[in-house]
Design a protein around this ligand. Structure first.
Ligand code: TYC
Length: 103
């Protein structure tokens, strides 16, 4: 289409592919004294696609060190996973806490 009278012609730079990676967020589980170990392992299997061995290792790390990483995802996926954990924990009346943090 022709430029309107007030517009100047612009030479566009050739497009250069610049694949932009989205900002990533860690999903973290926090330890508490009440949530059953088995429940935490099941959350890790269900929401973070861990096998039983991986899930048990992460759960034990959180149990002994107080905090641990479940996975790293783009923000919307990290938020969804955090909310899935918090919703299931609430349904079962466990005080399990889950947070996200930028990498
Ligand atoms: N500390 C809990 C217990 O002894 C187990 C637990 C592990 C709880 C990880 C929360 O994120 C957690 N039953």
């Amino acid at each position: 289409m022709a430029n309107a009278p007030h517009e100047t012609n612009t030479v566009l730079k050739p497009e250069v592919a610049k694949p932009k990676l989205p900002p990533m967020f860690k999903v973290l589980l926090l330890n508490d004294d009440y949530t059953p170990m088995e429940f935490v392992v099941e959350c890790l299997e269900r929401f973070f696609n861990k096998n039983r061995e991986q899930a048990t290792q992460i759960m034990l790390k959180v149990h002994t060190e107080g905090i641990g990483v479940c996975g790293v995802y783009p923000q919307d996926i990290a938020e969804t996973k955090m909310n899935q954990v918090l919703t299931l924990a609430k349904e079962h009346q466990h005080p399990l806490q889950c947070v996200i943090e930028p990498t």
